[in-house]
Design a protein around this ligand. Structure first.
Ligand code: ATP
Ligand code: MG
Length: 451
């Protein structure tokens, strides 16, 4: 992408209402624009990150055996009357009437709709286990939308729903999603710690939240330090091995790890003082096992091997990709801007032309741009005629992991300056050495974080 042709409306200063750094940086880097309270447009740079996060989540859902669908944002109130949640959900639900005065709503979640899909088609235990997910906009009329897309009213969510014949197989489905979340956040380059959670209005008896540690997090977390050191299963994981998957779940839940909502001082005091980690965190994922809470009132049954009808056992599993983008920034930034994890950045490389109009420099830049692009790198080429300082500041602000700086002086020696955003390290390299370095980096990133 040539910067001169891109749409990257950066701001000199963050608007005053932006209280936390991710919100400030997302506005300054031209990633999002507020349209009304808690409702945002995603501009090209922001959308690129949102799509990348979404794709990692999708790949890990698929790997764990979930199947993608797409349900609408607008739902009929009648479905929610069947479960009893139309009245219970309260003011967070945006209620709408169509021209025939039928009650509709903008979905805050999809348990009812997915249960309706299930009961329309599935009759036999032989079709189970089944896990269906979609990645779709949700609306919740939050009392206090704030911190930008971190707590929006319209936000993006991946929500998966599992269906099983009985309680043990339903728990196994829960464990698979638990483990797929570990892999998802690992691939996103962050540590998200699973914590025992309250089930809230979704209901049920087994629930975990995944939290990314950051000072600005809304939750206070109490966790055993060892939890941070546990290994995450690699891409060769076998999701059909129920016992192995349950083992991973047990390893990750054996230590104390709770947010303020579920905190228990007595249990906490049993953790050795040197192991206690008390920090703040951002909830990025939440999974629930709730059995027959929806299938029973909505009549979602399957015939079992015994020939009898059984209410199907269910769980639901959410991750908010829009909140994740903001959380990645909370977890990775410095005074100059965003530092994306190696695994996921809007572009791999920033190519900075220090003397636009100088034929030798222009040619070298275009050549390198083509070479990099052909080798599979996503490059943002700063071909604008701005000042060097402004170009460096922009590359740092939007967090371009590698910055290749090309000017007439270096070029005379056949060299360009290569800067690594995360470490600040700089070196002068030939074009060939630069290509080799980036190729090695790309290979390493793919090995560690690839799908
Ligand atoms: P919170 O406790 O932060 O209000 P929740 O428990 O209401 O979240 P869930 O219903 O579990 O959220 O939703 C699943 C995921 O959707 C959350 O883990 C989060 O990543 C995301 N999410 C929920 N509410 C919002 C919101 N208002 N803005 C952005 N993302 C959200
Ligand atoms: Mg929650």
């Amino acid at each position: 992408m040539y910067l001169s042709k891109y749409f990257l409306p950066v701001l000199k200063e963050a608007p005053r209402e932006a209280e936390i750094v991710s919100h400030q940086l997302m506005l300054r880097a031209g990633m999002i624009k507020q349209q009304s309270a808690g409702i945002y447009s995603w501009l090209p740079l922001g959308l690129k990150m949102l799509r990348k996060v979404e794709q990692v989540i999708r790949e890990e859902q698929n790997r764990a055996g979930a199947v993608e669908v797409l349900m609408p944002t607008i739902q009929s109130a009648d479905l929610w009357r069947e479960s009893g949640r139309y009245d219970d959900y309260g003011k967070e639900m945006l209620r709408i009437q169509d021209r025939h005065e039928r009650d509709m709503l903008f979905g805050p979640t999809n348990e009812e709709m997915i249960t309706d899909i299930f009961r329309s088609y599935v009759r036999s235990y032989k079709d189970l286990p089944l896990n269906l997910y979609h990645i779709q906009w949700k609306f919740r009329d939050e009392v206090r939308p704030r911190f930008g897309v971190m707590r929006g009213r319209e936000f993006f969510m991946k929500d998966a729903y599992s269906f099983d014949l009985d309680e043990p197989s339903s728990r196994a489905a829960y464990y698979r999603m638990f483990v797929s979340y570990l892999r998802t956040f690992d691939r996103l380059g962050v540590t998200a710690v699973p914590m025992r959670a309250d089930t809230g209005p979704i209901g049920g008896d087994l629930s975990h939240e995944f939290l990314i540690l950051a000072d600005t997090g809304e939750s206070e977390v109490f966790c055993h330090g060892d939890t941070m050191k546990l290994p995450v299963p690699d891409r060769n994981i076998d999701y059909s091995d129920d016992a192995a998957i349950e083992g991973i779940f047990k390893d990750w839940t054996s230590n104390y790890a709770r947010t303020d909502e579920m905190h228990d001082e007595n249990l906490w005091n049993e953790v050795a003082e040197g192991d206690r980690m008390n920090a703040r965190g951002i909830e990025v994922g939440h999974i629930f096992h709730f059995g027959t809470k929806y299938s029973e009132p909505m009549g979602a049954k399957v015939t079992g091997p015994d020939g009898k009808d059984h209410d199907v056992y269910m769980g639901s599993y959410g991750i908010g990709p829009s909140r994740v983008v903001a959380a990645l920034i909370e977890a990775g930034h410095d005074e100059n801007g965003i530092i994306w994890p190696d695994s996921i950045a809007p572009f791999d490389v920033g190519l900075i032309n220090l003397r636009v109009g100088d034929e030798a420099v222009d040619t070298a830049c275009v050549d390198l741009y083509n070479q990099l692009t052909n080798a599979g790198f996503d490059v943002l080429y700063d071909d604008t005629d701005g000042r060097a300082g402004g170009k460096f500041a922009l590359a740092d602000l939007i967090g371009l992991p590698w910055q290749l700086i090309i000017g007439p002086r270096g070029l005379k020696n056949g060299e360009i300056e290569v800067k690594h955003r995360a470490t600040g390290e700089r070196e002068n390299l030939t074009m060939e050495a630069t290509m080799n370095k980036l190729t090695a980096w790309q290979k390493d990133v793919n090995e560690r974080f690839g799908g």
